[in-house]
Design a protein around this ligand. Structure first.
Ligand code: 5AD
Ligand code: SF4
Length: 442
């Protein structure tokens, strides 16, 4: 009998890539492969890559260096580069010194088993065509049992923000069928999952015939009322009133919206092709806050986009203060080939980018801290995820507003809902216990 083949996969970048790696593992399982957690035991090593910023790519290059060494002691192993860097760098990656055997873009994963077979015969392979229709709707992703699952509901992006490489690496926008997504939620519920996150570069423009994202969200929430439903990412332009009302109407749709703003300056927003003004964005936020009481908001912000002045940067700071985000993901602008912004001079010096980035981080941290302090003395509902990172005596889990809570294990099981009384908080984490403290402080 043939020895079973093992596959090892490492994933970089966004949650879409995490979901894609599960699709890849699903395809490889059908072809007879088993997953291994150890690269040294693998017959096939895949690196699922991200090209969104320069430093993401640098990290992958570092890892490919490690795998090149591994290949020296085991030349039979097949090394494949998947995902967004495959699309961006194409043949470059197949050069001798990288030791890469396969370069496969995000829409060509069905070809992986055949390409790996050929590579085992010594034939290097490249498959990087982007598709207008591929959505892997019929592939069962390989997921370990757990509490929380990712479900990719659409692929690609048509927004063409001028800084972003995603429309070039992931291609045009296309959605999966609503019925298949709902069936996936039902199957996950039967397997004991308690939370799903619907994923796409811009979930708000999801469409299946007459059904929009609000319809999909409502159907997923109705599939199992004990299942939490999350989603990411939302583009402000497509955030409809119907969607906001749908989030408010369903108890098990999490009251947390990741709504990237990127900048607070109208001039920069225009150069970024974001299609809204700061004022329009603030009005949207106001509508969201009024319709969904207690909603938690987060954002993405880029510091140092071409031509960004101190005045533009101040507007970003003012917008952050006006919205009062619960959290923010912040990035230094990184020029990406093919994008429109690539042709604009990268005019903000590195030190100034860092200075602005640090100010944004400090302002946001103070806001997160203040908002979290307001929860002290309150009881919050938490989905128990498992042991906390710092202590095996403690469990951790998230509120539906996506705040991390740490509390004593106290007989809880992962997957249970716990009511936790918040005792203290910092900018990132809430710390609680099961009963309000009756001890006198001080
Ligand atoms: N430089 C810096 N940040 C970027 N992002 C996307 N492209 C770039 C880039 N070229 C950020 C945006 C986006 C997030 C996923 O990554 O803020 O929302
Ligand atoms: Fe990139 Fe803009 Fe699409 Fe987000 S919405 S993936 S930032 S092009």
């Amino acid at each position: 009998m043939e020895k079973p083949r093992n596959i090892y996969i490492e994933t970089y970048g966004c949650q879409m890539n995490v979901a894609d790696s599960e699709v890849v593992l699903g395809i490889m399982r059908e072809a007879g492969y088993s997953r291994t957690e150890e690269a040294t035991k693998a017959d096939v090593i895949f690196v699922n890559t991200c090209a969104v910023r320069e430093n993401a790519e640098q990290r992958v290059y570092g890892r490919l260096g490690d795998f090149r060494h591994l290949k020296r002691s085991n030349p039979a192993v097949v090394l494949g580069v998947l995902g967004c860097m495959a699309e961006r760098l194409r043949k470059d990656l197949l050069e001798e010194e990288t030791s890469v055997d396969l370069v496969v873009g995000p829409d060509e994963y069905r070809k992986l088993p055949a390409l790996v077979d050929a590579a085992m015969q010594g034939e290097k392979g490249i498959a990087i065509r982007l598709s207008r229709v591929e959505n892997y709707d019929d592939i069962e992703p390989l997921r370990e049992d757990g509490i929380s699952a990712w479900i990719s509901i659409m692929r690609g992006c048509d927004k063409f923000c001028t800084f972003c490489v995603v429309p070039f690496t992931r291609g045009r926008e296309r959605s999966r069928s609503l019925d298949n997504i709902v069936r996936e939620v039902e199957r996950l519920a039967q397997r004991g999952f308690k939370e799903v996150t619907l994923l796409g570069q811009n979930v708000n423009s999801y469409r299946d015939a007459d059904h929009d994202f609000a319809d999909l969200l409502a159907r997923c929430a109705a599939a199992d009322r004990s299942m939490r439903v999350r989603f990411t990412t939302s583009h402000p332009q497509d955030m409809s009133i119907k969607l906001i009302e749908t989030i408010a109407a369903h108890e098990n749709i999490c009251k947390y919206i990741h709504l990237p703003v990127q900048s607070g300056s109208d001039r920069i927003l225009e150069l970024m092709n974001r299609t809204y003004t700061a004022d329009e964005y603030l009005r949207l936020v106001d509508r969201i806050k009024r319709t969904i009481p207690g909603v938690s908001l987060s954002t993405d912000i880029i510091a140092g986009f071409p031509t960004e002045s101190d005045a533009d940067h101040r507007k970003t700071i003012e917008l952050i203060q006006a919205v009062e985000y619960d959290g923010a993901f912040t990035f230094k602008y990184s020029p990406r080939e093919n994008t429109k912004a690539w042709n604009m001079a990268d005019s903000v010096p590195e030190e100034l980018k860092i200075e602005r980035l640090n100010e944004i981080i400090d302002v946001q941290r103070a806001i997160s801290f203040r908002l979290n302090q307001q929860l002290i003395g309150r009881t919050v509902g938490v989905l128990v995820e498992g042991e906390s990172k710092k202590s095996d005596q403690d469990f951790c889990g998230r509120t539906d507003t996506n705040k991390m809570v740490v509390f004593p294990r106290n007989g809880y099981q992962p997957g249970a809902y716990a009511e936790i009384w918040i005792r203290r908080a910092n900018a990132a984490t809430l710390f609680g216990q099961h009963e309000p403290s009756t001890a006198q402080e001080g």
